[in-house]
Design a binder for this molecule. Structure first.
Ligand SMILES: C[S@@+](CC[C@H](N)C(=O)[O-])C[C@H]1O[C@@H](n2cnc3c(N)ncnc32)[C@H](O)[C@@H]1O
Length: 237
C-alpha cells in the first residue's frame, strides 16, 4: 500500500483558506477546483511535474505524486526541487491507499487509461477525509468513442467528428504517441453514476470549451467548439 511519507501535516490539518483559483493545469480545470477549502494534503494520481507541483503551488503543503511510468516520474523529479512532493510508482488499476489520509485527490488526463474506474473511485473515496475533494480530467467520451477518431471534411470544407460506438464501452486502441495505446471508453453517464455509487457527491461537471479570448490567442482551439476533448469533474466525499 502507498503510504503518506511526510509527517508534517495531518490528514485533517486545519489552516487558513488557501483558495484554489489558480489550479494546476490552468484552462483545463479552473472551475473544477474548490474555491474555499484548505487542501493541505494532496495526492496527484498520474502525475507529471506540472500536475503535482501545481498542487503545491496552489496551497498543498505535501503532495504524493503517483504514476505508472518511471520515465515520467524521473522527469517530474528532475523538474524539482519541490520539498513538499514525494513521487512514487503506482498502477492506478491496482492502487491501494491509506484511509482518510488526503484532503484532495487530483488526476489529470489519466482516467481513460484505467480499466476499472469503479475500483479506482472506491480507492480514492476511501483515502479522502470526509468532505475531501476529488477533481479529475479525462478525455471526453465523444473524443474517445469512435473506431477511427479523426475529422471528416466534406466537399465544402466543413469539418465534422464522426462518432460511432458511443454506447459500446470498453477498450479503444489508438496510435497516439506510441503504437497500440489502449484507452478505456466510458459514457458520461457511466462515469458520473460510478462516482455516485462509490459515495461521491458531484459538485461540478464541465466539457471544456475555450473562451473567445483563448481562441483569439490560439486559433487552433476553435475546433474544440465542434468536438469536446476534455471532461472535467469535481466531486466531494
Ligand atoms: C496524458 S499523461 C498526463 C500526465 C499528467 N497527469 C498531466 O496532466 O500532465 C497520462 C499519464 O498517465 C499515466 N498512466 C497511464 N496509465 C496509468 C496507470 N495504469 N497507472 C498510473 N499511471 C498511468 C502515464 O504514465 C502518463 O504519465
Amino acid at each position: 500500500m502507498i503510504s503518506r511519507t511526510s509527517s508534517q501535516a495531518t490528514a485533517n490539518s486545519a489552516g487558513p483558506s488557501k483558495g484554489w483559483r489558480a489550479p494546476p493545469n490552468g484552462r483545463r480545470c479552473a472551475r473544477c477546483f474548490p474555491t474555499s477549502a484548505a487542501c493541505e494534503s494532496s495526492i496527484s494520481v498520474a502525475a507529471s511535474a506540472g500536475s503535482a507541483a501545481g498542487l503545491l503551488n496552489t496551497g498543498a503543503k505535501e503532495v504524493l505524486g503517483l504514476d505508472l511510468s518511471e520515465k515520467m516520474l524521473a522527469r517530474a523529479r528532475a523538474a524539482g526541487p519541490d520539498a513538499g512532493i514525494v513521487y512514487e510508482r503506482a498502477d492506478l488499476d491496482e492502487l491501494s491507499l491509506p484511509p482518510t489520509a488526503f484532503d484532495l485527490a487530483y488526476s489529470s488526463l489519466a482516467l481513460h487509461y484505467v480499466s476499472d474506474a469503479a475500483r479506482l473511485f472506491q480507492t480514492v473515496h476511501r483515502c479522502l477525509v470526509p468532505g475531501g475533494h476529488f477533481v479529475f480530467s479525462t478525455e471526453h467520451p465523444i473524443y474517445m468513442a469512435p473506431t477511427h477518431p479523426g475529422w471528416s471534411v466534406d466537399a465544402e470544407g466543413r469539418k465534422t467528428w464522426p462518432v460511432d460506438r458511443y454506447l459500446v464501452e470498453g477498450p479503444r486502441k489508438t496510435d497516439w504517441l506510441a503504437k497500440g495505446v489502449v484507452k478505456h471508453h466510458r459514457t458520461i453517464g457511466t462515469t458520473l453514476n460510478t462516482l455516485i455509487r462509490c459515495g461521491f457527491t458531484i459538485e461540478h461537471v464541465e466539457e471544456f470549451r475555450p473562451t473567445d479570448a483563448q481562441i483569439a490567442a490560439k486559433p487552433e482551439l476553435a475546433e474544440e467548439l465542434d468536438r469536446p476533448m476534455f471532461l472535467l469533474v469535481s466531486a466531494r466525499r
